[in-house]
Design a protein around this ligand. Structure first.
Ligand code: DSN
Length: 422
């Protein structure tokens, strides 16, 4: 009971230390990840984890919830202020669970949902046939326009008119363009549908005012808290006051039991961080870094889906380099060189999601490290060198050394004792 993790279970400790070293020495460009701060991680390892607190502040099903009530109310109040929302539920364990809770609150099984196709940039929980959403609801998908590779709002409006969905979902996990929500509100109103904004990827950009705001237009907004928002893993649901009761009941007791109070504490810390002026500069830098990286990649001969980026991510169409090169191969080559990206389908991809013709790249993590435009040009050139010389293992070794040097110049955590209880 009294021994430290390091002393009691060196096996687990060393694995965590190993991943810390990996995170320090690799350039991670996965747009949905980030480095949570030391304060966020500390809050997440507090004794608040030991408490069952089913219910909501002041209406719990367990005794001894005084501090659980305080922490959850603090998280709610901070999130409401940060997003300007009428009501916030801070309990969902993940983005998918937040979406399930919304569906349970607003829909009956078999109701129609209009949402974006996964292979055009949507999300599993937006109606993939193998996912709960595809099994329990009637899914109609919109995709991207083959010419522009953007969402065509006229097509969305036509589909809505034809299928009369009860819910329209706007939001994506691999879409490099900004989304304005006012037009979506008009489409939803035209068919009397609810509008859900799933802004998991861009929540930080929204707080930083470098992306349009969904809150005035959507009935409900879901977001994870660990992507551009840079908090701990988890999710929240924002909604209009009249939906508050049904959303809360849908999360608990509808879907979840005890909330993770330590995770809620860490969310509260993240909301405080996101309210600081530096957070806005961080979000501006993410966007600026993404533009610079996209431009250099295009100058180096890569085609990017939509011809660039308007947010934190970009999709490289590898067929512009070679018809034979898949996303899986490219991501593996890059990992050998210390650059972590993920394979991703591009619109109208002929390859499977496991192989893909694209890779997805984002700037939130390198921006958290403090990198700016100059480093983005360097990173784009390193990616290019790896891909152009993909038959040469020696190039990957050479680039790995340069990646490690760059990472050393922009450290994330200052030492093990900053982030691990030793
Ligand atoms: N899995 C996330 C992503 O990588 O975009 C979405 O939830």
């Amino acid at each position: 009971m009294k021994q430290s993790l390091k002393n009691f279970d060196p096996e687990v400790f060393e694995i965590a230390v190993g991943d810390l070293a990996r995170q320090q020495s690799c350039l991670t460009l996965i747009p949905s990840e980030n480095y949570a701060s030391r304060a966020v991680m500390q809050a997440q390892s507090t004794v608040l984890a030991n408490k069952y607190a089913e219910g909501y502040p002041e209406t719990r099903y367990y005794n001894g919830c005084h501090y659980s009530d305080q922490i959850e109310q603090l998280a709610i109040d901070r999130a409401k202020e940060l997003f300007g929302a009428d009501h916030v539920n801070v309990q969902p364990h993940s983005g998918s669970q937040a979406n399930i809770a919304v569906f349970h609150a607003l829909l009956s099984p078999g109701d129609t949902i209009l949402s974006m196709k996964l292979d055009h940039g949507g999300h599993l929980s937006h109606g993939l046939p193998q996912n709960f959403s595809g099994k329990y609801y009637n899914i109609v998908h919109y995709g991207l326009d083959p010419e522009t590779e953007r969402i065509n709002l006229e097509t969305v409006a036509d589909l809505a008119d034809q299928h009369r969905p009860r819910l329209i979902i706007v939001g994506a996990s691999a879409y490099p363009c900004q989304i304005g929500f006012a037009e979506w509100r008009k489409i939803a109103d035209s068919v009397d549908a609810y509008l859900l904004g799933d802004v998991a990827h861009v929540a930080g950009l929204i707080v930083g005012k470098v992306h349009p705001d969904p809150v005035p237009y959507c009935d409900v907004v879901t977001t994870t808290t660990h992507k551009t928002l840079r908090g701990p893993r988890g999710a929240i649901i924002l909604c209009r006051q009249e939906l508050a009761d049904s959303i809360d009941k849908s999360v608990f007791p509808g879907l979840q039991g005890g909330p993770f109070m330590h995770a809620i504490a860490a969310r509260a810390v993240a909301f405080k961080e996101a309210a600081q002026p530096e957070f806005t500069s961080y979000q501006e830098q993410i966007i600026s870094n993404a533009r610079v990286m996209a431009n250099r990649l295009m100058e180096n001969g890569f085609r990017l889906v939509t011809g660039g980026t308007e947010n934190h991510l970009m999709l490289i169409d590898l067929t512009s380099i070679s018809a034979k090169l898949s996303g899986r191969q490219a991501a593996n080559y890059l990992e050998e060189a210390g650059i972590i990206v993920n394979k991703n389908t591009i619109p109208f991809d002929t390859r499977s999601p496991n192989t893909t013709s694209g890779i997805r790249i984002g700037t939130p993590m390198v921006t958290t490290r403090g990198m700016k435009e100059d480093q983005m040009t360097q990173v784009a050139n390193l990616i290019t060198e790896v891909i152009q010389n993909r038959r040469q293992a020696s190039t990957r070794q050479k680039i790995k050394t340069r990646v490690e040097e760059l990472c050393q110049a922009f450290p994330i955590y200052e030492g093990i004792d900053q982030v691990l209880w030793s």
